[in-house]
Design a protein around this ligand. Structure first.
Ligand code: ADP
Length: 395
């Protein structure tokens, strides 16, 4: 049996899933975190559901992969017997260079590293994982699947910032968009659910997880998205601010903040955390329900921002056939879905409260039968999509 190993690495963590590309079944999965710290953690889950958790000391990404290999062996199947046919790597930033999944050779690996200038929080760790994984599995193809690739179809009007063109070109400053793998798989699955070709649909996908972004999709192609130069622009997120007047940064710099202060503020101390101290939407909702005014305001701003993008994308697309909620909050929080869609009957958007409240899993419709726009919940599965694209490239 052949399987595809999907790697999602960060600067201090490696997540992996072994996926049967035919059935998308998870044959195993795991996580190694706190790489480079005195004490790290490994969790390995076998296909039989048995889980092993242990403390490990992991110096770097190469050591992390060695730990993964040992975990597979302890779970009963040495890596050599897993039938790994290819390795798919999630890469956050592909710049304007990569518009499709790409087989990794030395040159591509180097380009991914160079793009770390645009994505310093992501690409360097992913590059280290690519180097380590290629050394460990030298005989199988490795494929990079980029978060930005799906958005390379955006028209120039949508991806350009209105700054001095010479500065923009010199520094690669434009909107790239992220979460592309999720927007792509979710929009395709929504079309399958509706039983219509994706080419015939105008969709607005709302990916609401810890990170959050909206995407306007026409005929299966991204035409606009809320994340921009980095995953910081757009919606309110767990710890990120989303949209902000850039003058706020200039003001804080003049008032004495350092660049690192601002990075921390915008990426880690803003969004839901900024309002409430917690970035987990469930906790914010619980606090709001208990009468916490800061938590209630956090949700109001969160929803207000989503609706602003929803309105923009309804105009850009000239209407919509489907609005699709996905990721942790989008799939699980009926109240947010109701709040986002409230009062939009004029646009042909009507939620059915009972359908919206149903906890059923899988893709489902939450709009009423007389809603002109189909409002759907469609679970995202980025790893399965990375496996699918990897297999599609290497055959
Ligand atoms: P990531 O972007 O890390 O993949 P997820 O898509 O898992 O994140 O989304 C995480 C968010 O989803 C958290 O804010 C979490 O509170 C929220 N979430 C997860 N499950 C539920 C639930 N049952 N109800 C409400 N929110 C949920």
């Amino acid at each position: 049996m052949s399987s595809i190993l999907v790697i999602n690495a960060g600067s201090s963590s490696v997540k992996y899933q072994l996926i049967d590309p035919q059935t998308e079944a998870r044959l195993a999965s795991g996580l190694i975190e706190r790489i480079g710290e005195p004490e790290g953690r490994l969790v390995h889950r076998g296909g039989d559901g048995r889980e092993e958790e242990r403390r490990v000391r992991v110096a770097d990404h190469t050591a992390a992969f060695a730990q993964m290999v040992e975990a597979f062996a302890r779970a009963g199947t040495p890596v050599a017997e897993l039938g790994i046919a290819a390795v798919g790597h999630r890469v956050v930033q592909g710049g304007s260079v990569f518009a499709a999944p790409t087989r990794i050779d030395d040159v591509v690996a180097e380009q991914i590293l160079e793009m770390g200038a645009l994505a310093p929080l992501h690409n360097p760790g992913q590059h280290q994982a690519i180097v380590a994984a290629r050394a460990l599995f030298p005989d199988v193809p490795h494929v990079a699947v980029f978060d930005t690739a799906f958005h390379q179809t955006m028209p120039q009007a949508a991806y350009s910032y209105a700054i001095d063109t010479r500065v923009a070109e010199r520094y690669g400053i434009r909107r790239y968009g992220f979460h592309g793998t999720s927007h792509q798989v979710v929009s395709r699955r929504a079309a399958e659910f509706l039983g219509r070709p994706v080419e015939s649909l105008r969709q607005i996908v709302l990916h609401l997880g810890n990170g959050a972004s909206a995407c306007a999709i026409e005929a299966g192609r991204s035409v606009d998205t809320s994340m921009g130069f980095t995953p910081l622009e757009g919606l309110v997120m767990g710890t990120r601010s989303g949209d902000l007047d850039p003058s706020v940064l200039l003001h804080l710099l003049r008032e004495g903040s350092s660049i690192d202060d601002l990075d921390r503020l915008l990426n880690h101390e803003s969004g839901l955390v900024g309002f409430t101290g917690t970035g987990d939407f469930r906790d914010v909702r619980t606090a709001a329900d208990a009468g916490d005014a800061a938590a209630a305001l956090a949700i109001e701003v969160y929803v207000h921002r989503i609706r602003r993008y929803l309105g923009a994308y309804l105009v850009e697309l000239g209407g919509a056939d489907a609005i699709v909620f996905t990721a942790g909050v989008g799939e699980n929080n009926a109240a947010v879905r109701a709040e986002v869609c409230a009062g939009l009957e004029w646009f042909g958007i009507r939620i059915d409260p009972a359908r919206n409240a149903s906890g059923a899993g899988g893709a489902r419709r939450i709009s009423s039968d007389d809603s002109r726009v189909d409002v759907l919940v469609v679970p995202t599965d980025e790893e399965a999509e990375i496996a699918r694209q990897t297999r599609g490239l290497v055959g």
